[in-house]
Ligand binder design. Structure first.
Ligand code: AHR
Length: 673
């Protein structure tokens, strides 16, 4: 009996809750602030093997033998010696393969790739190598793609050979077609045992890269970026910009010109977290600034480069001497000015010519430049000043992005904003890796973080510098990463970004990529292994916003006081925002139900009459809130499209959108105006 009563009372509760209505009014005729075309973009950093071993399609690790341990990533056998007077000034090392003296003793080198090499049956892979025969004459090099992990009868997945001739260094290429798909292949190079051969810059790329470029990007990963339709693309970081110390900061000039001569740089993520140690993680700079600008052009995102302000990572360097002194800043300032010339200068200018020689005579038309990553306090403010002056003097059209430091609140954050306003930075880069309470703006969140949740930007000063939410993600308490629930709360928060388009001009989720075997930081937007990838639920949230950002904000409120729907106590966990898209003449409404109950919503489309059909796109998951997409189930959770008939009400037949929003869901409505 007791049991029955319990069941009955549960049923009554859910009916009551289901019929609870939130009535919203949408001013469809009052077109509000413009949404910046740069909204909802990408933040790229070579963390989690995002570049080498990830987006950059090179499959050979330590291809130039320049790692501090020259044979990292290689197995060598026979007479292999390291030499250092090679043809590439900034990568002088190469390897000499000498005959062993016995027909059956082979001199071989074998590369492990990045957690192996992912090769697909029947696809073409372009092998290239720089080589010479130091004594003159000719020599044969055999190249095998091998599976030496599964102990099949024949280790060879595919092979090819090149004929090396003469004492001069030359580049040799050949194509290998594997006979089966394998994620952990190795690349073996060996001589015919008769003649000594020198080899350098050993490389293997899929022929099928994004846009078919030889020094290209992984097709599936680059396509995933394109599919987001990002407004802006921030590059190359992150802490990587600053370096653990100044010599290891990211130096864009080293990333230009032929890849063979781009010097190696340390990657701080190989040691930053001692519990996630990757001693073979370096930056080849194969994916450098040219490739970055080219990708931005391909995916139609505004490039946003970030350069060093002369401060090494402040977290890691409290000693003032670790940083460039005020009178040592000129080379750093020149880096900024030269980058603008590299991107925008005529092909006749010094750096414009470097760009043109790399294959892009037309300017890239870069508009933004960020100076400094997560920098704070006087050391930053004083250094930034001469950069701003120099850039403004030569390139007044460039928009400068400063930073408010690593925190999203607190004294240093406030001080940062004040200083950026004084320096008249066009945008201020804010970072917030915070838990659910921040993203939902709960009482706990407010107590802990102050101004948070979807109402955060409602109170921002509208004058002067604007906001760039440059790194953010919901890091769920209790170690949640790309789980459904945290992604949903990101959507809730983003309705606040959307509503405040007059002050928030850019927002980029972070970080972007992670190799499942090589991550240092999570959550991340896109995960991959050597053959596969999947989009996290956060990816779909970003995509839903980016592809439906509209051109202008519309006022969407509830109640007599016309308050925004932003999850406040009386909103029952509902968040909503709306935009108009003047290019498609559509009204777009986004509603997030973060509560555990079905919620009825009524949206009066004020100023519109007659029956209409709303196209809908819904992100909803009925399983555990801790579920996530995985390599095995890449599309377990993704948005589903449908449609809904809007009704009419009243004498004027006003259009009204009525819906029942499932618990823990995000739904987007599009109605033609
Ligand atoms: O996104 C990972 C790191 O988080 C970035 O490198 C840094 O800017 C922030 O602290």
């Amino acid at each position: 009996m007791k049991k029955r009563l319990f069941v009955f009372s549960l049923a009554v509760t859910s009916i009551l809750t289901a019929s609870a209505q939130c009535v919203m009014n949408l001013q469809t005729k009052k077109i509000g602030s413009a949404v910046s075309p740069t909204m909802y973009g990408l933040f790229f950093e070579d963390i989690n093997f995002a570049a080498d071993g990830g987006l950059y399609a090179e499959m050979v690790k330590n291809r130039s033998f320049e790692f501090p341990n020259a044979f990292t990533g290689w197995d060598v056998s026979g007479k292999v010696t390291l030499k250092e007077d090679g043809p590439f000034e900034r990568n002088p090392h190469y390897v000499r393969l000498a005959p062993s003296g016995h027909r059956d003793k082979h001199t071989m080198i074998e590369n492990h790739g990045f957690f192996g090499m992912g090769v697909k049956s029947g696809e073409e892979y372009r092998f290239s190598i720089w080589a010479r025969v130091p004594e003159g004459g000719t020599a044969k090099l055999w190249i095998d793609l091998v599976d030496n992990a599964t102990m099949r009868d024949d280790q060879k997945l595919g092979n090819a050979s090149v004929e090396v001739s003469g004492k001069e260094w030359k580049k040799y290429t050949t194509i290998i077609k594997p006979n089966r798909t394998f994620a952990k292949a190795h690349l073996r190079v060996w001589g015919d045992g008769k003649v000594t051969t020198d080899v350098e810059h050993v490389s293997l790329f899929p022929v099928n890269t994004y846009k078919g470029r030889e020094n290209g990007l992984r097709q599936d990963l680059a396509k995933a970026l394109e599919d987001i339709h990002p407004g802006v693309f921030r590059f190359p970081g992150g802490c990587i910009v600053e370096g653990t110390d100044l010599p290891t900061r990211y130096q864009w000039k080293n990333t230009t010109g032929p890849v063979e001569n781009r010097p190696l740089n340390e990657n701080r993520w190989h040691y930053t977290f001692t519990n996630r140690y990757f001693p073979d993680y370096f930056q080849s700079y194969g994916l450098g600034f040219f490739e970055f600008f080219q990708l931005c052009e391909d995916i139609k995102a505004e490039p946003l480069p970030v350069l060093s302000v002369g401060l090494a990572c402040q977290f890691q360097n409290s000693d003032e001497h670790a940083h460039a002194a005020m009178n040592e800043l000129q080379p750093y300032i020149d880096d900024c000015l030269d980058l603008i010339e590299f991107a925008n200068g005529p092909a006749t200018s010094k750096w414009g010519k470097v760009r043109a020689d790399m294959g892009h005579p037309e300017p890239f038309n870069m508009k933004y430049l960020a100076i400094g990553n997560e920098q704070w306090d006087t050391p930053y403010f004083t250094r930034l000043k001469p950069f701003v002056e120099a850039v403004r003097a030569r390139y007044p059209e460039i928009m400068i992005v400063g930073t408010s430091g690593p925190d999203s609140e607190g004294k240093m954050f406030e001080k940062g904003w004040e200083a950026m306003r004084e320096l008249k930075a066009d945008l201020v880069d804010e970072h917030f890796y915070r838990n659910e309470s921040f993203f939902l703006g709960t009482a706990e969140g407010k107590q802990r973080y102050g101004n948070c949740g979807a109402l955060r930007y409602d109170s921002y000063n509208r004058k002067g510098s604007k906001v760039f939410a440059g790194e953010y993600a919901c890091h769920g308490a209790g170690k949640k990463w790309n789980h459904y629930e945290t992604s949903l709360y990101e959507a809730a928060f983003m309705t606040g970004i959307e509503r405040n388009a007059d002050v928030v001009k850019m927002a980029t989720y972070a970080p972007l990529f992670a190799h499942v075997e090589g991550w240092q930081w999570r959550p991340d937007l896109i995960w991959f292994d050597n053959l596969r990838m999947f989009n996290s639920v956060s990816y779909y949230v970003q995509q839903m916003f980016a592809m439906n950002k509209g051109t202008n904000v519309l006022k969407l409120t509830t109640g007599e006081k016309q308050v925004p729907v932003a999850g406040q106590e009386n909103m029952n966990g509902l968040f909503a925002s709306s935009v108009f898209d003047s290019t498609t003449n559509e009204i777009i409404i986004k509603v997030v139900n973060t509560s555990e109950t079905l919620q009825g919503i009524t949206i009066n489309l004020l100023g519109m009459n007659g029956e209409r059909v709303a196209e809908t796109l819904t992100l909803h998951h009925t399983g555990s809130m801790d579920d996530e997409n995985t390599l095995e189930q890449p599309t377990k959770i993704q948005p589903v499209s449908s449609s809904l008939k809007c009704v009419t009400e009243g004498r004027k037949q006003e259009t009204v959108l009525k819906d029942q929003l499932p618990p823990k869901s995000f739904r987007l409505y599009k109605v033609k105006k």
